[in-house]
Design a binder for this molecule. Structure first.
Ligand SMILES: NC(=O)c1ccc[n+]([C@@H]2O[C@H](COP(=O)([O-])OP(=O)(O)OC[C@H]3O[C@@H](n4cnc5c(N)ncnc54)[C@H](OP(=O)(O)O)[C@@H]3O)[C@@H](O)[C@H]2O)c1
Ligand code: SF4
Ligand code: SF4
Length: 378
């Protein structure tokens, strides 16, 4: 595992970090989906034992902070750089910040957070932070030794991103980046801008939620297969990111021991600046394949859920995107009808309340896209 400098105090972190948003969930007796605790704790500890020392979670990743609180007992807490995020939209007064923060310490069973991020600073949340003086709260916690590095995450556009960067003395930021999104949202331009201002940059959604690794259309597979060195699609996507020296840590959600081992191998073998022009050309061609096929930029993050009408938005969009990727209309219709059979889960139940759209980091016009999907798959 390669270790890189993080922040300004000589901290070393692993280039591959564990994203803790996508732990596998099972239904409990009441039908509620809860994290498979046994598996998740074993995975987290195995990751740390294997040299991964950066973990990323958030207040709003349901059950994730509590899970990490348990997983990091028995001496594991001291071995990691633990990052979590303040849900700035939940605070209506300055005092709310401290209440939320204390709740996080309690869930995580710790008395300090290594990297504390203000979550999701799009224009709206950035305005909220400025109104309540949210960065003063970061200064306060830093002075008390309760946080060690100050950061933010963002899904906004580049102009907002630059404003946020220039607003405060951040140590780091977390941005969405993968070879499909190189000019989307903050993109490579944002990565370079943040690095030029001295920030460490963490990356989320390097595989676009698995789209680039487990849902590969045959046209893309054929392009990867042209290359004499055989690599799996996840490896290509991670290599593209690691090629850029401005990238500090790449976060990916992992749910199996196989993926964990595979990703550790990939990150041990990948160096910045090592990709050739031929490899970059291949990536450009695969990018074009995805561009021509993917109709809804949904990453399955689940931020839009729960929906008051129980519409299963991420699954519906996944079925539709898979239809666009693999051209299997029968299978897509069958999957969609299964969702429809589970009471109130298909697109027709949408009440058009718009709640989901306020939370979607990808800015998807969910209401109209649901209509489009339904007219294709009903
Ligand atoms: N997504 C967001 O909106 C968001 C927002 C803020 C923060 N974050 C943070 O960033 C972290 C990373 O984002 P992400 O989870 O979306 O990362 P990602 O790497 O884009 O997606 C993770 C998914 O990629 C697949 N995967 C991982 N390793 C693989 C391998 N070796 N081979 C094949 N497939 C592999 C798995 O999909 P399968 O489960 O299908 O196998 C896994 O669930 C999050 O966990 C969270 O901590 C994310
Ligand atoms: S707009 Fe429709 S899909 Fe979105 S939260 Fe409201 S009811 Fe659910
Ligand atoms: S619609 Fe938006 S919020 Fe919902 S899962 Fe997809 S990307 Fe995430």
């Amino acid at each position: 595992m390669e270790y890189v400098n993080f922040g300004k105090n000589g901290l070393k972190i692993s280039r591959f970090g564990m994203g803790c948003m996508r732990f596998l969930r099972n239904k409990n007796q009441e039908g509620k989906e809860i994290i498979d605790e046994d598996l998740a704790i074993k995975l987290v500890r195995k990751a740390i034992d294997s040299g991964i020392n950066y973990l990323d979670t958030a207040y709003v990743y349901e059950g994730s902070e509590e899970l990490l609180g348990k997983a990091l007992q028995d001496g594991y807490r001291e071995k990691v750089t633990l990052a979590t995020k303040m849900p700035v939209w939940e605070a209506t007064t300055y005092e709310d910040y401290e209440k939320l923060f204390n709740k996080q310490l309690e869930r995580l069973q710790t008395d300090y957070i290594d990297v504390y991020l203000l979550h999701g600073l799009n224009q709206l949340n950035y305005d909220r932070v400025r109104k309540l003086d949210g960065t003063r709260f970061l200064d306060e916690m830093y002075a008390k030794g309760k946080i060690r590095y100050k950061g933010f995450s963002i899904h906004g556009e580049i102009d907002v991103f630059k404003k946020v960067i220039d607003y405060y003395n951040w140590d780091m930021c977390l941005i969405q980046l993968n070879f499909l999104d190189h000019k989307h949202q903050v993109g490579v331009e944002g990565l370079k801008y943040a690095a030029s201002k001295g920030l460490s940059v963490a990356i989320m959604e390097p595989l676009k939620g698995g789209l680039l690794s487990t849902r590969v259309p045959k046209e893309a597979e054929a392009i990867w297969n042209e290359y004499p060195v055989k690599r799996n699609p996840a490896e290509w996507a991670f290599k593209w990111l690691c090629n850029m020296p401005e990238v500090s840590v790449v976060l990916s959600g992992i749910n199996t021991f196989e993926q964990l081992e595979e990703n550790i191998r990939i990150f041990s073998e990948t160096q910045p600046g090592s990709m050739t022009k031929e490899e970059m050309d291949l990536i450009e061609r695969v990018r074009e394949v995805y561009r021509s096929k993917v109709k809804i930029g949904c990453t399955g993050c689940g931020y839009c859920m729960p929906c008051p009408a129980d519409v299963d938005i991420p699954d519906i969009f996944k079925i539709y995107n898979d239809l666009c990727l693999f051209d299997d209309l029968n299978s897509a219709k069958m999957m969609y009808s299964l969702i429809a059979k589970e009471a109130h889960k298909d697109a027709t139940n949408c009440l058009e309340c718009g709640n989901c759209m306020n939370h979607c980091p990808q800015g998807i016009d969910i209401i109209n896209k649901l209509k489009e999907v339904h007219s294709t798959l009903e």
